[in-house]
Write a new protein. Structure first.
Length: 69
């Protein structure tokens, strides 16, 4: 993990709608991970898209556990 590649993004839980800050590590490249909602504790699928060319964060997608990517 490279601290200079960490980005804080404000996101919303796909279950309860709670807004929270998610710390994203773009140095891992594009990847999928899981995060629990800080309010309702539901498991959230997090997909992080990082540019292959620039290494910049392109986007974050959050989905419910029962939704397929």
């Amino acid at each position: 993990m490279h601290e200079e590649m960490l980005t804080s993004q404000t996101v919303h839980c796909p279950y309860c709608g709670t807004e929270f800050d998610l710390l994203v590590d773009a140095s891992e490249g594009s990847h999928q991970t899981w995060e629990d909602c800080p309010r309702c504790c539901a498991p959230i699928q997090v997909r992080v898209a990082v540019s292959l060319h620039s290494g910049e964060l392109e986007g974050i997608t959050l989905c419910r556990d029962d939704e397929a990517f």
